[in-house]
Design a protein around this ligand. Structure first.
Ligand SMILES: [Zn+2]
Length: 372
């Protein structure tokens, strides 16, 4: 893929970066990237990919433009309500960069078409807004060995991770099953419009870095809080118990429907105090990162971050009832599922996590682990 004289002008700011240069720009031009979902994340992601000179961009989305989309889906105009998203997106990307080939799929990604579509691309951006699609993208990327640049948004928060790299974790390493409680898509939950704008742009950035060989991640989940501009990087090791990419996988093909949910024992925040009084041998285990733990914890709880629980259970007492705590009760559920599989009976997750804990939190200066 050789650059012509117009390309050299168009991409001159790339070409003057030693990390990109002519070779890198030619690599971008030769690459094929699929954007799954042409919504709040997909719009800015696809636009930056096109502007950067990705040779071929695939966009898949079954929907038409609705009025409620315009608050965040910045490729679309008020005059285009009712038109197909992928067709309008394709036209807009070509207006920006006529050299880009845009391949559109006006359909939903399904177990029937996922392999056929995804195998045509070098990497995939998961810009979907629901769990069923997210698992499907993840599983297909894992089976086809395609990197999955994942982002999700909720209210004022965004998450980003590069998944399905060789030796790296997949989405199911983090969420083996569909989280059951309080998980809504943004149509129901509300989202500040600029949040997916930032996160979709970060997906494009991660994709460009992957193609250029500049991406260093793949083993972390970055959580952005846009209310107070905080970034948290959580180490995300490959989960050896992962039903897809773990040592003993149970998922061997694409599933045709949303995952069956395994229930994880939980305890309600309001019941915890009574439970602590009734049960003598209870350990409260806070699975958040140590710096979060230091900022505020439930009195009496001990810090054992989730990645430690997933990789080494030797320090945890088998003869105690363990109650796992995190910020919202999602990471703790992953920990509980893992511990139950490891034989820790009676383990429970604090439902809703600290965000629903009615009592006071205690600050602490040091963290400690329970001793056997
Ligand atoms: Zn996995």
């Amino acid at each position: 893929m050789v650059l012509d004289s117009k390309d050299k002008l168009r991409y001159s700011r790339h070409l003057s970066l030693p990390e990109i240069g002519r070779e890198g720009q030619e690599r971008l031009k030769a690459s094929r990237v699929l954007v799954v979902g042409a919504g709040g994340l997909g719009c800015p992601a696809a636009l930056y990919l096109a502007a950067a000179g990705i040779g071929t961009i695939g966009i898949i989305d079954p929907d038409c433009i609705e009025l409620s989309n315009l608050q965040r889906q910045v490729l679309y105009r008020d005059s285009e309500l009712g038109l197909s998203k992928v067709e309008v997106a394709s036209a807009r990307l070509k207006e920006n960069n006529p050299n880009v080939v845009v391949e559109t799929y006006r359909t939903a990604l399904s177990p029937e078409n996922a392999f056929e579509i995804i195998q045509r691309y070098d990497l995939v951006l998961d810009a979907t807004d629901n769990f069923t699609a997210r698992y499907l993208v993840n599983d297909a990327c894992f089976f086809l060995r395609r990197p999955n640049v994942f982002a999700s948004v909720s209210k004022f928060e965004g998450r980003l991770s590069v998944l399905c790299l060789p030796d790296g974790p997949c989405y199911r390493c983090l969420f083996p099953e569909t989280p059951q409680d309080k998980i809504l898509n943004c149509a129901e939950e509300g989202i500040l419009g600029a949040v997916p704008g930032v996160m979709g742009t970060l997906q494009a950035l991660a994709a460009l870095k992957l193609i250029l060989g500049l991406e260093d991640s793949g083993h972390r989940l970055s959580i952005f809080n846009f209310l107070n501009i905080e970034l948290k990087n959580i180490v995300l090791p490959k989960n050896t118990q992962c039903p897809l990419c773990g040592a003993h996988p149970t998922i061997r093909k694409l599933e045709s429907r949303a995952l069956e949910c395994h229930s994880v024992p939980e305890i309600l925040p309001g019941d915890l105090q009574t439970f602590l009084e009734a049960e003598e041998s209870v350990h409260l285990i806070d699975v958040r990162e140590p710096e979060d733990f230091r900022r505020g914890k439930i009195p009496g709880s001990l810090s054992v971050p989730l990645n430690v629980i997933l990789s080494d259970t030797a320090t945890l007492p088998q003869d105690k009832v363990l109650i796992l705590i995190c910020q919202r009760g999602q990471r703790s559920r992953i920990g509980v599922q893992h511990l139950i599989e490891k034989g820790f009976r009676g383990t429970r997750s604090l439902r809703g996590g600290l965000s629903e804990w009615p009592g006071k939190l205690e600050r602490c200066l040091s963290t400690s682990r329970p001793q056997k």
